[in-house]
Design a protein around this ligand. Sequence first.
Ligand code: ADP
Length: 352
Amino acid sequence: MASLRLEAVTVRYGGRTALDAVGLDVAEHEIVCVLGPSGSGKSTLLRVVAGLVDPDAGRVLLAGRDQRGVPPHRRGVGLMFQDHQLFPTRDVGGNVAFGLRMRGEPRGRTEARVDELLELVGLPGTRRRPVGTLSGGEQQRVALARALAPRPGLLMLDEPLGQLDRSLRERLVVELRLLFRRLGTTVLAVTHDQGEAFALADRVVVMEAGRIAQTGSPAEVWQRPASEFVARFLGFTNIVPATVRGRTADTPWGPVPVPPGAPDGPCALLVRPAGVRLTGAPDGASGEGLPCTVTARTLRGGGFSEISLLLEPERGPALEASCPLRSAPEPGAAVRVRFAADDVVVLPPRTA
Ligand code: ADP
């Protein structure tokens, strides 16, 4: 049975539709990350599941039960927000115990549970510390322990690591995934950071203007974005209107090979940076391929082993290419490129 189900949920604020007939299932033990630009409806999705806002149409079901009329504190849902709002005047233990006290748990049981949770989030022995003396990352762990303490059936995270610096976030997100796996927690998380979503989630949901633009495993969505919107949201920029005929597409860059099975006709064509291959003589003056000038280089990837090159082609819009650091040409260099069909994705044509 799905742990969470949204059936055609619509939420309007005045005349503005924040969620437009959204359907979504989150299975028990699944970690789902909702991604999308600001204003696409991510927070509203969490709020409607938490019971902080009522749907104008559709149903929210938790463990198969319609939540209409069920107040937030009776939904068995844990919430952790970006500005984690710890109680500054309470110590760590007082913060973690909050939900348990609200439920009227006996003191002895509460203390044991608090110690267990602090152990779990990597903060053993901190029960008596004032929260103000903890670092940002430690406070985030306390907030997590507080959200997990009442054993919520569903844990919802809203930009959980938004305030922390990048290296800490990258470490914490890996820890979070391992922790949720171990506990079997069902998680619905919201983030605008693709890296975070891709590291945390079993499945990602990309939102566009109150609707679900795509859902799939991180690898599926990354490899096969369903639309130009999703591709651009993921940070891809080599996208042009094109026309497929057989195994080739006519594009502003000239002919580009497409993978087998692409339907003939108009499309939006995505070339991932890895599919823009430098060819020919190092001076770029002779040989095969589209002549380009290197306009910029940026370091990329773990250990900065990869370079992102910005190229100004002889025809068509700017191209982003990726290449190994050791063979990367300097800005101003003349190069030639060819396109590799493996890294070409045929998307539906632009509608507007
Ligand atoms: P996101 O979390 O993806 O940034 P939101 O769910 O916060 O998106 O917002 C979705 C849409 O609903 C936006 O257009 C936003 O301006 C609008 N909205 C959100 N909350 C309110 C509110 N309380 N009153 C009016 N409009 C709102």
